[in-house]
Design a protein around this ligand. Structure first.
Ligand SMILES: [Zn+2]
Length: 406
């Protein structure tokens, strides 16, 4: 066994060598673009020690629309300082170079830290770089804005569902069979009949605008807190947190699986199964059902993310300045309740008929109700601040829509 012993020693050395080699540097095999937060069609190559280049894939039907940078380091990240060059070669200015928003990284998929681009926000940029701090865990999740996967949403919904004030409606399934949820929040033991309660409808259209989804999660959590109790007695609030739930695992920023830009999918003449994006048809048909019910929404909020602080733009409906204060009073109220500057000042938004395929204009054109394009929060970098912005927004809506309907 002496000679075999030597072989054993060699083999052991081999194992040690492999272990120490993989501990020394990350390899492309440590990365995956699959999973709850993915990036369809993206590829990675090594260009140096713990230094890689990623070429982003593109959205269905849009070769010039990059998918978002989302991936998981499956193992072996601890102690490494990853440098990632990300190529937007297929990108066009503005929407399609995705370095205008910070990313986030996490060791548990729940607690996120921002990671900023070296250049960032440069519309002409064809490539940008992320330099991560030394990792303190072996598994690392990286996502766009403060990401929310479909699996995250399912977990959130299961938590909210336990509250008797929450009814979870599955209004349909995405093309890949994921549930499209509408959460309905109201106090079941309210002293006010449902027809007297104010009704607000919130929905996110662009699936990659995750900060707006956390804004909605914050609004829901506020309603379910002690402070939100009074509002839940006087109102019914609906939330479609994720209209395009197939997107997070693919890194699609604006589209569904058919390649429809999800905020160019509204049909003001009425939901149209044959000509509308699959998930948008389901959501609009559901909204039309609510509008035809005894408790139709008074407001429709289209929840998005663009640069800067939260940026609400309003098309006021008939109750503004009549049954409730003017929209300018709502704007002033948000300003007063926002000590940390999470919001820009609410502005009036023009309702142009040619933009009726967008959910803000479309809902106003179809129903004549108050419609709000609630943009911004690209400059908000943490889950907590996004959640806080949703709490502020919901509190201001609750105060503005005082009492019950006349
Ligand atoms: Zn958007």
């Amino acid at each position: 066994m002496m000679s075999p012993g030597g072989v054993v020693l060699t083999a052991a050395c081999g194992v040690l060598f492999c272990t120490s080699a993989s501990a020394g540097r990350l390899t492309v095999h440590d990365f995956t673009f699959e999973g709850p937060l993915g990036s369809q069609g993206s590829t990675i190559e090594e260009v140096g020690e713990n230094h890689f280049r990623v070429s982003l894939g593109h959205a269905p039907g849009h070769e010039d629309w990059n998918n978002k940078l989302q991936f998981t380091i499956l193992r072996n990240a601890k102690g490494k300082r990853l440098v990632l060059d990300v190529v937007f070669e297929k990108g066009r200015p503005r929407y399609y170079t995705l370095n205008e928003y910070a990313g986030s990284f996490s060791y548990d998929g729940s607690n996120w830290q921002p990671i900023h681009w070296e250049v960032g926000g440069d519309a002409g940029c064809k490539q940008d770089t992320l330099r991560f701090p030394e990792f303190t865990g072996d598994t690392v999740y990286v996502g766009h804005q403060v990401p929310m996967s479909y699996e995250d949403l399912v977990r959130l919904v299961e938590g909210w569902r336990a509250n008797p004030c929450v009814t979870v409606h599955v209004v349909g399934q995405s093309l890949e069979g994921r549930d499209i949820y509408r959460l309905e929040l109201t106090a079941p033991d309210s002293p006010y009949p449902p027809e007297k309660r104010w009704v607000h409808y919130f929905a996110n259209q662009h699936p990659g605008e995750h900060n707006s989804q956390w804004r909605m999660a914050g609004a829901i959590d506020w309603l379910l807190s002690e402070t939100g109790r009074d509002c839940l007695e006087r109102s019914i609030c609906h939330f479609v947190v994720m209209m395009s739930p197939d997107a997070p695992s693919k890194g699609w920023y604006r589209v569904n699986g058919q390649g429809f830009d999800m905020n160019r999918t509204y049909v003001p003449g009425g939901a149209d199964k044959d000509n509308q994006a699959h998930e948008a048809y389901i959501a609009q048909r559901d909204l039309e059902g609510l509008m035809a019910s005894a408790t139709p929404p008074t407001t429709a909020w289209s929840m998005h993310t663009w640069g800067g602080a939260v940026d609400p733009r309003i098309i006021p409906g008939p109750e503004m300045g009549d049954a409730v204060g003017s929209w300018e009073e709502l704007a002033a109220r948000i300003k007063r309740n926002d000590p940390n500057g999470l919001f820009q000042e609410m502005q009036r938004w023009p309702c142009k008929e040619e933009k009726g395929n967008q959910w803000t204009e479309g809902t106003h054109l179809q129903f004549g109700i108050t419609s709000v394009l609630c943009e911004g929060a690209g400059a908000i970098y943490t889950k907590q601040d996004n959640v806080d912005s949703g709490a502020i927004l919901m509190q201001c809506i609750a105060e503005h829509y005082a009492g019950v309907k006349p």
